[in-house]
Ligand binder design. Sequence first.
Ligand SMILES: NC(=O)c1ccc[n+]([C@@H]2O[C@H](COP(=O)([O-])OP(=O)(O)OC[C@H]3O[C@@H](n4cnc5c(N)ncnc54)[C@H](OP(=O)(O)O)[C@@H]3O)[C@@H](O)[C@H]2O)c1
Length: 375
Amino acid sequence: MAARAPVETAAMRRAIELAARGLGHTSPNPVVGCVVLDPGGRTVGEGWHQRAGGPHAEVHALRAAGERARGGTAVVTLEPCNHTGRTGPCARALIDAGIARVVYAVSDPTPAATGGAVTLAEAGVDVEGGLLADEAAAGNEAWLTAVLRRRPFVLWKYAATLDGRIAAADGTSRWISSPESRADVHRLRAAADAVIVGSGTARADDPQLGARISGLSDDEISQPLRVVVDSGATAVKAGARVLDGTAPTLIAVAEDADAAHLEGLAPLLRLPRAADGRGLSIPALLQALYERDVRSVLLEGGPTLAGAFLAAQAVDKVVGYLAPVLLGAGPAAVGDAGITTIAQALRLEVTGTERLGPDLRITATPLRHSRHEEN
Ligand SMILES: NC(=O)c1ccc[n+]([C@@H]2O[C@H](COP(=O)([O-])OP(=O)(O)OC[C@H]3O[C@@H](n4cnc5c(N)ncnc54)[C@H](OP(=O)(O)O)[C@@H]3O)[C@@H](O)[C@H]2O)c1
């Protein structure tokens, strides 16, 4: 096996950057980037998986490289696939192009696609996995989590005052956070397959839930599916901004809800009620979205729904925008999450902090199972 050359590490960094361009466009597939180097180590082709059903990253990069790929190295963020889905297997495309070496970052965990590395090696290609694996896995966090948990990856976002409130006592909340933080939320929406709010937020704010990014045209932005969790079908009415037709919308209602007034306005998702009687079943909601190819969800709250997701252990990552504002009264960022004593507190690991205008953005991941281990 050839030694890892710095040029391969640089190519993998570039491939990870390229992969990120696919975020929001590729579900149910992962994001993947590929750089093809000629035998002299020069970049002769680049590609990324641009949309589900379209060519994979390797195919784009091989096309760009043409004959210059022969005897060269393909640097890919994910193990090349081995199966024929809507497109042919990438392992075969790499062999046919005369690639001599394949360096990939993360092994493909899906049973159908795995085995690409073995196929390549059996064809005499020098194969090496694991290069910048953590960085590449972070770029594919949502897809890898969804494959593992067989439900969409859930990122819960909230904007709070320094005293932890997400609205004033009268329910008004616009705006707690800065324009910079709100622009960041639009980027999160564009990278997500679906955005979810509860009926309380739909009633209070009439949110539009679309992604708008300054400098990008509508064609360049992937709009998420908008989901309102409205058990009784009482919050969303004709004329609601979420029904403006700029992106698909789903209204999740209880199996027994009278939703005749929503017919023709938006598709309904009929779901069982939660076992505790409070709203709809969160696992059933996530399962139904997964079956619709949703692999990443941005949960925008409000606090009641966020509490239910936390209680269901269905939050994978938290992004909190903390604004230097005090309200003194008003709802807290999260409602009842089934935690009654300090020993049950859900603890998180902070994975990032950033200043956005006057605000502080904190990214954190729940330390899973800690509540159960301590009990
Ligand atoms: N600053 C922020 O980041 C932010 C973000 C969002 C909202 N907000 C603010 O939050 C306030 C609204 O808060 P909220 O807590 O009333 O709204 P919410 O969490 O959006 O909606 C709560 C409602 O969702 C429904 N629901 C459906 N399934 C549920 C389940 N399994 N568990 C819990 N609820 C379920 C319930 O009503 P049904 O069962 O009747 O449908 C419940 O009352 C507004 O003032 C809004 O401005 C602030």
